[in-house]
Design a protein around this ligand. Structure first.
Ligand code: SAM
Length: 184
């Protein structure tokens, strides 16, 4: 994994000022890796929302999950696919939004999705999967976007889907998505 992390860092150092990298900030990969390790007996299918350079999806694939990533920036998907060729060829990526096309935006936004792209078509058809096909969704939302992410999951994920999220201050946390979400 260390080679993968180092190569992702190199890509970031070289290209971060280019178009398409503006919304990309990487999580602490070690923390996310450890969280995924602890979930190996509990879930099968993993979806990374906003997969950026694809590192979490590739790690999940290497750990034996069926792992998918969706990312709205085509250049990031290209880099992710190149990394996957070397470090996790079973990882699958699609370009587009993680927000389902039929997500009902209410009059009041659940949170403030200032960093999440809200106008692009969803990527699920390209994966030939739907959101409720996944046992675990991983994302790194900004703190004020957490509510939106949970609202999408409550409305479109399967019953008992797990939501693994990363926050720069809080680290990783795991929630089970049901009608009443329980933090664990
Ligand atoms: C904070 S970065 C997280 C990168 C990676 N998941 C991680 O944890 O290291 C958020 C990523 O989400 C992407 N993104 C923003 N809105 C999106 C959307 N609606 N659908 C798919 N990707 C989106 C951004 O381009 C960016 O790469």
């Amino acid at each position: 994994m260390r080679l993968l992390w180092a190569e992702a860092d190199e890509i970031w150092n070289e290209y971060h000022e280019r178009e398409g990298f503006g919304g990309y900030v990487s999580a602490d990969f070690v923390e996310v890796y450890q969280a995924l390790l602890g979930l190996q007996d509990q879930v099968d299918t993993v979806l990374e929302w906003g997969s950026g350079l694809g590192v979490v999806t590739i790690m999940a694939s290497r750990l034996g999950f069926q792992a998918y990533g969706v990312e709205v920036e085509p250049i990031l998907v290209e880099h992710a696919e190149e990394l996957a060729e070397r470090y996790g060829p079973d990882a699958k990526f699609a370009t587009g939004s993680f927000i389902p096309d039929d997500y009902q935006w209410g009059a009041e936004l659940p949170g403030n999705p200032s960093r999440t792209e809200t106008d692009s078509r969803a990527a699920y058809d390209e994966l030939d999967m739907q959101l409720d096909d996944f046992d675990l969704v991983y994302a790194y939302p900004w703190p004020d976007e957490h509510g939106l992410y949970l609202d999408i999951l409550r409305n479109h994920s399967g019953n008992s889907t797990l939501f693994l999220s990363y926050d720069a201050r809080e680290g990783v946390s795991l929630a089970r998505i049901e009608s009443d979400t329980e933090e664990s």
